[in-house]
Design a protein around this ligand. Structure first.
Ligand SMILES: *Cc1c(COP(=O)(O)O)cnc(C)c1O
Length: 331
């Protein structure tokens, strides 16, 4: 039996709906029609500098508040956008935030980490651990907080769970009111909740996920969230995935990613990040090249945010600035 108070409810954190804008100059640069390519601006979701995690956090923080939480605890890489936005959500809701980050102290505090500090989060360095071991470290932090009398809410890696993914069910429905004729939505696939949420209202054939190397088994990961959301088993084989943009691994800059960042910035004035949205755009460009995305149909690029991460990514900043060298002179 569920009562009305058991039904999870989102807490407002974002600014909705996010805009859907045309990208005519990028479309034409890629050989598409000027009206074929659009961008859904989920980089402009509001709180904490924006990004896709805000839609998930509305649901996850709603559940945390319903449980009487005093603290948010989550995990991530040192340049995690999700950790930054969890810290911002905590600040906005009057909750303490503890970030359990892979790595050790002493690195340059830039990009997302500088913003984590501004939002007043506590950072617990977990050492060189990933996946299950990082989650175990977060569980240990949660247990210690509980022993001290706090009420911690553990927010899953990347905000991805069936509950967090509901934020992208909402986004998919929002997009269908803005562009009912959408043929393909291109999205970066990290921890998988964003793609899974979109598949629910749009169907697997209209969502193209570009794997960024954040999880070992992207199809199974996304499929499990889709199953949880719908309550019926989902076949991983029906998902549209591109696995060709991972390069040397999660976060490592590739030539196609830098080229996609440059082209998008120079044709539309839109900044992408080297870890997620740059990979997603490189995947979109590859899909146009091999005909998976064709002229005459409406393609929407979902901009999931990540701008602060660019300033925490030394290789991408250096690549951008060294390119400037070729166009600089002194008077
Ligand atoms: C987390 C993140 C993604 C990936 O979303 P998932 O739901 O984890 O797959 C994409 N883009 C940016 C900028 C992100 O921070």
């Amino acid at each position: 039996m569920t009562s009305a108070s058991d039904v999870p409810r989102p807490v407002p954190l974002g600014t909705w709906p996010t805009p859907l804008e045309p990208m005519p100059r990028l479309a034409q640069a890629l050989g598409l029609g000027a009206d074929d390519l659009w961008i859904k601006r989920d980089d402009l979701t509001g709180t904490g500098g924006g990004g896709n995690k805000i839609r998930k956090l509305e649901w996850l923080c709603g559940a945390a508040l319903a449980e009487g939480a005093t603290h948010l605890v989550t995990t991530g890489a040192p340049q995690s956008n999700h950790a930054r936005l969890t810290a911002a959500a905590g600040a906005r809701l009057g909750l303490e935030t503890a970030l359990v980050l892979a790595g050790s102290p002493g690195g340059a505090a830039q990009g997302n980490l500088a913003l984590d500090a501004l939002f007043g989060a506590t950072v617990v360095w977990a050492g060189d651990v990933h996946g299950q071991a990082l989650t175990a470290a977060a569980e240990e932090v949660t247990a210690r907080l509980r022993a001290d009398g706090a009420v911690p809410a553990l927010i899953p890696f990347g905000g991805s769970s069936a509950l967090g993914a509901r934020g992208y069910v909402t986004c998919g429905r929002e997009l269908l009111t803005q562009a009912p004729d959408v043929d393909t939505v291109v999205v970066a696939l990290g921890s998988g909740g964003t793609m899974a949420g979109l598949v629910d209202p749009l169907g697997p054939e209209r969502v193209l996920g570009v794997h960024c190397g954040a999880v070992p088994d992207p199809a199974t990961t996304v499929s499990a969230f889709v199953s949880d959301l719908s309550g019926t088993p989902h076949a991983p084989g029906s998902l549209r995935l591109r696995l060709d943009q991972v390069g040397e691994g999660y976060g490592v800059l590739t030539g196609p990613v830098m080229a996609a960042m440059n082209l998008t910035a120079r044709t539309e004035g839109i900044v992408l990040d080297p870890v997620y949205t740059g990979r997603a755009m490189a995947g979109l460009i590859a899909a146009v090249e091999d005909g998976d995305i064709a002229p005459g149909r409406r393609t929407v690029f979902l901009h999931t945010g990540g701008l602060p991460g660019l300033f925490g990514h030394t290789a991408a900043v250096e690549a951008a600035v060294s390119d400037l060298g070729t166009r600089s002179r002194t008077l």
